[in-house]
Design a protein around this ligand. Structure first.
Ligand code: C2O
Ligand code: CU
Ligand code: CU
Length: 503
């Protein structure tokens, strides 16, 4: 045989063998990439985070104390994990305030690392926002204060140190911040905290022995995906309930996982609030998708003595089936079991009208901007702490077009504001996405158009963030900075993050 022919045969054989091996590996990885906890035994009583008790200063300011600390927690019997939390080993208390309240939070960092606390969904001055420029050094205290001026809503708080947010949140630094107002107060909604009004912070975890694992596995290009879920830090949780109507304040506090919530028996529920507050009217649904950082409030009806299982179902919206598999779209999780007592207190029917969302409709936008998302950058640029990407004028509304320019799932979150989703791929958004939002899922090759108004105080030197809330992407640099200025004013300069040494 001529030499050339021999070489050719060997090459072709090697390539064929390699292709077969790679193909088999891909098939094997694909087949092993979905998880299900359907049919789980719910064996632990759901923990309800305590309501933080503020002290009230002479001028009426509500003063909260949050201490960032490390601790140990036994998620499952016999094995302890090292965790972080606020005022405890893991997660944090629920803060609560009224529209019009002056609030102040004394944050003490007793960790051996710098971190921050960001008020996700809160309208507040940039200096108080707790983004990557408001780092709190180990041993230091940072005391942001602001006046709550936005509708009743379920917000949350979590760290935001640039490059390390995923890790800090996954270790347990997260809590809810509930707002009430004069519109929500008289409404006949379930509203007794921990009784018929339950915080439901959903996170996915993998416990490797006792250790909290955050490793991103092969081909998982959206970040860490856990093998099971917990609610408020409780694995396999159940909750006894004694009312006919139960309100669940759902928060996707996972770093990368997208949930499609429903009940295992497909019963309908009523969605009453989006990220930024109450909807115009309750909306009947049987599925509701939430990407990381998004919230929704739903109300479910219980029959005496029955059990209802909140489940996350496999769902579409990932582009290809390959992408869906490796981003968790084929997974099923039994999240929380509600166990109704034999007799239930009657609940009033839900009101037919709730509240008018305070978000612009795009008609008075003075400016349009485009944001192209590709993993690790926005408009081709990675986050830089000392670069202000855009400048907006205080009091004006803008329309932001956000396009996921490739095949990986992303979402988009803007600090300080709530927005209205005007369009998704040129069409009206589905009803569950109408209302005040601060985070929106942006599926592969999809365009969303958002209208928002910048009402905050001007501060040309302190930026707010916009970013993908899949925290692995955010940490990679899928984030940008904007400042709010007075008309005609220029953006200032922003430096490296300052460390607060206490005041
Ligand atoms: Cu929930 Cu910029 O974050
Ligand atoms: Cu935020
Ligand atoms: Cu992303």
């Amino acid at each position: 045989m001529p030499r050339l022919k021999r070489v050719l045969i060997v090459t072709v054989t090697v390539v064929a063998v390699l292709a077969t091996v790679l193909g088999a590996a891909a098939t094997w990885l694909y087949a092993g990439a979905d998880v299900s906890t359907a049919g789980t035994r719910f064996s632990r009583a759901l923990v309800i985070p305590p309501l933080a008790e503020p002290t009230v200063a002479a001028d009426g300011t509500k003063v909260f104390d949050l201490t960032m600390q490390s601790g140990r927690k036994e998620f499952a019997a016999g094995k302890k994990s090292t965790t972080w939390g606020f005022n405890g080993a893991h997660l944090g208390p629920t803060l609560r305030a009224q529209r019009g309240d002056k609030v102040k939070v004394r944050i003490k960092n007793t960790l051996d690392e710098r971190s921050t606390v960001h008020w996700h969904g809160m309208h507040l001055p940039a200096r108080m926002d707790g983004g990557p420029h408001q780092m709190v050094a180990p041993g230091a205290t940072w005391t942001p204060e602001w006046t709550v001026d936005q509708p009743a809503a379920s917000l949350w708080y979590h760290p935001h140190p640039h490059g390390k947010t995923a890790q800090h949140v996954q270790r347990g630094l997260a809590g809810m911040f509930l707002l009430d107002d004069d519109v929500s107060a008289p409404l006949a909604l379930p509203k007794t905290y921990g009784v018929d009004d339950l915080p439901v912070m959903v996170q996915d975890v993998t416990l490797d022995g006792g250790k909290l694992d955050f490793d991103r596995r092969l081909l998982r290009n959206t970040g860490f995906l856990g093998e099971r879920t917990m609610v408020n830090g409780t694995l396999d949780p159940y909750r006894r309930v004694s009312d006919e109507l139960i309100r669940l304040r759902l928060l996707n506090a996972s770093t990368a996982r997208i949930y499609d919530f429903g009940f295992s028996d497909d019963r309908p529920f009523s969605m009453i609030a989006t990220d930024g507050g109450l909807r115009e009217e309750p909306l009947r649904l049987d599925r509701l998708k939430l990407s990381p950082g998004e919230r929704a409030e739903i109300v479910v009806r219980m029959e005496p003595g029955e059990r209802a299982v909140l489940r996350s179902f496999p769902h579409e919206g990932y582009g290809s089936s390959w992408q869906r598999r490796f981003a968790g779209g084929d997974d099923t999780f039994d999240i929380l079991e509600l166990r109704a007592d034999k007799t239930l207190r009657p609940s009033p029917e839900l009101p037919s009208a709730l509240a008018e969302p305070e978000v612009p409709d795009g008609s008075d936008s003075v400016r349009e901007r485009y944001f192209g998302l590709v993993t690790s950058s926005i408009n081709g640029r990675e986050m830089k702490m000392d670069r202000i990407d855009l400048t907006v004028t205080r009091g004006t509304a803008e329309t932001w077009t956000v396009r996921n320019e490739h095949g990986t799932p992303h979402n988009f979150h803007v600090h300080d504001v709530q927005f209205r989703i005007l369009e998704i791929d040129g069409r009206q958004p589905p009803p569950e996405l109408r209302g005040a939002k601060d985070t929106v899922y942006v599926p592969p090759n999809t365009t969303v158009k958002l209208a928002m108004r910048f009402d905050g105080p001007a501060d040309p030197n302190t930026p707010y963030m916009y970013h993908c809330h899949l925290l692995y992407h955010e940490d990679l640099g899928m984030m940008g900075q904007f400042v709010v200025v007075e008309k005609g004013q220029k953006a200032g300069t922003v430096g490296a993050p300052d460390s607060h040494t206490g005041h």
